[in-house]
Design a protein around this ligand. Structure first.
Ligand code: FNR
Ligand code: 8K6
Length: 347
């Protein structure tokens, strides 16, 4: 039987989505210089309110979380008020929206905040900041236990701020080589304390962040994105799979709203995951609601959901190119192809 992706899906007892097609989190670097969402962002998100759930572009939890220009924040009252306009506009059109909570860890740059770059270990990334190539990455400071406690508290505070800003929940960004993902992979985590070396220790930070956010806003409003296959700002190690083999069942007991695969192309297979794709591996190790993503069309997503590869689909680049993605697929109309030049403005 074919699943109808455009019919409602109950995420849990408190959240029902109008369809199974989510708008993936998409960084656009368009907030104002105080990292406050603008009116153009209000309009951009409101145009996509017919998605089953909009996941906001990654939104930084505090100043030293920033690694790219003009990424919005959720730590000042001005930012909270700015987001309130976005969520009000999305709700007015019948949509739902989660905020993606972000700390880039070692991919941060002092240019943006003038302090230490924080990471699990003092291992830098090669290269420079996209869109600001003159800024080369610096060697980060390995966080102390006190730093870790402060970070966890700030994730929880940002989650509270998200609820105050009218979001229906949050997705913690644990993917794509940023702070939480850095703890989960040996390439970035060489710690010798209770946050390093073993799968249990390397999962500790992720689980403590999740538990703090759940305590602040509830498990039904908390989701998490993970990239078990290292591929972005990170390199693979043979030991990585054991970390996720430990983490995924531990997350299952938290009853989160959903778990989201963090990947650009889900046909990629990872040697470190036993030659599986990221979604295939996660489906095997986690029984809760799974959101797939990564170079899917509406049709290939439908097949994947029919084959029980995941439960919901997130669509990224096609949603940048087509604000009316949902109505186009509903009516069988042709989609405008995505191109990188479209990132220059919010349509
Ligand atoms: C992304 N992606 C992304 N992921 C994330 O977790 N937080 C983010 O802020 C962003 N930002 C972002 C910006 C841009 C311009 C692109 C193209 C991608 C990844 C995105 O959510 C998604 O996983 C990929 O785009 C793959 O899905 P599509 O585009 O093939 O449907
Ligand atoms: C979240 C910060 C901004 C992210 C911009 C993303 C730009 C998209 C370009 C696609 C990059 C794909 C990376 C995939 C690497 C695969 C290597 C095997």
């Amino acid at each position: 039987m074919t699943t109808d992706l455009l019919s409602p899906f109950k995420l849990n007892d408190s959240i029902e989505l109008q369809n199974r097609v989510l708008m993936a989190p998409l960084t656009r670097c368009m907030s104002d210089d105080n990292l406050v969402p603008t009116q153009a962002m209000v309009d951009y998100y409101a145009r996509r309110a017919d998605a089953g759930l909009i996941i906001s572009e990654a939104t930084i939890i505090r100043p030293d979380a920033q690694g790219y220009p003009n990424t919005p924040g959720l730590f000042t009252s001005e930012q909270i008020q700015g987001w309130k306009k976005v969520t009000d506009a999305v709700h007015a059109k019948g949509g739902k929206m989660f905020a993606q909570l972000w700390h880039v860890g070692r991919v941060a740059h002092p240019h943006f905040f003038g302090g230490d770059v924080l990471a699990p270990s003092a291992i830098g990334v090669e290269g420079s900041v996209p869109r600001m190539r003159e800024l080369t990455y610096v060697t980060p400071k390995a966080v102390t236990i006190e730093d870790i406690q402060g970070l966890i508290a700030d994730y929880a505070k940002a989650a509270e701020n998200a609820i105050e800003a009218g979001f229906d929940g949050v997705e913690i960004h644990g993917a794509n080589g940023y702070l939480i993902d850095q703890f989960l992979h040996f390439a970035a985590n060489q710690r010798e304390d209770q946050y390093g070396q073993t799968p249990e220790n390397m999962s500790r930070f992720a689980l403590e962040v999740v538990d703090a956010v759940v305590a602040a806003i509830g498990a039904d409003k908390t989701a998490l994105r993970l990239s078990p296959g290292a591929y972005f700002n990170m390199t693979e190690s043979d030991g990585d799979k054991a970390v996720f083999d430990y983490l995924l069942p531990a997350l299952e007991t938290r009853n989160l709203a959903y778990l989201h695969v963090g990947i650009f192309d889900d046909s990629m297979r990872f040697a470190s995951l036993g030659d599986k794709s990221a979604s295939e591996y996660m489906r095997g190790a986690y029984k809760g609601t799974l959101v797939g993503v990564g170079s899917y069309s509406f049709e290939t997503a439908n097949q994947a959901i029919d084959n029980n590869q995941f439960d919901l689909i997130a669509i990224g680049r096609p949603f940048i190119a087509n604000p009316d993605y949902i109505s186009k697929v509903k009516n069988g109309e042709a989609l405008t192809p995505y191109s990188d030049e479209m990132l220059a403005e919010l349509i």
